[in-house]
Ligand binder design. Structure first.
Ligand code: ZN
Length: 146
């Protein structure tokens, strides 16, 4: 069977994007090649500029830094799932989402004094944001304590 997307794909190999646009053909509009709408809840998108993670569907613009949604990277679903099982998502001081692994939180709980614990927590979240990382691990807590 010859579908529209097959035709578009064939044409896309022969013509430059400008010519396709002039013909009113948008290769990216093919639903067959973009099944994201079929299961909108299994995907996560990450902002390349500020590492903000948007779940479920691609945002029009990043709510944090206003980067275009089309620049977001699609995160591996399997990886996101396994990560979510043993980590806790928090909102950092600057409104970004960060994850603490369970082990990192347990390590943090070892600090008896609440004020000191809070300082380490903030320090690590800031450090993680500065390094453009998204997950705080036990090793990072240990390093912050030493
Ligand atoms: Zn962003």
């Amino acid at each position: 069977m010859i579908t529209t997307s097959v035709v578009n794909e064939a044409i896309g190999k022969l013509l430059p994007p400008k010519a396709l646009k002039a013909m009113g053909i948008d290769l990216n509009a093919s639903p067959a090649k973009h099944p994201k709408d079929a299961s909108p809840f299994s995907l996560s998108f990450q902002c390349p500029d500020c590492s903000h993670i948007q779940h479920e569907k691609r945002p029009e613009v990043c709510p944090i830094c206003s980067a275009g949604g089309e620049t977001f990277t699609v995160l591996d679903v399997g990886e996101a799932d396994s990560e979510a099982k043993d980590s806790v998502e928090v909102t950092a001081f600057d409104g970004h989402q960060l994850k603490w692994t369970k082990e990192a939180l347990e390590e943090l709980e070892q600090i008896p004094e609440e004020l000191a614990r809070e300082q380490i927590r903030l320090k690590l979240e800031k450090q993680t944001r500065t390094r453009k990382q998204t997950v705080i691990t036990k090793e990072m807590v240990t390093a912050a304590l030493s």
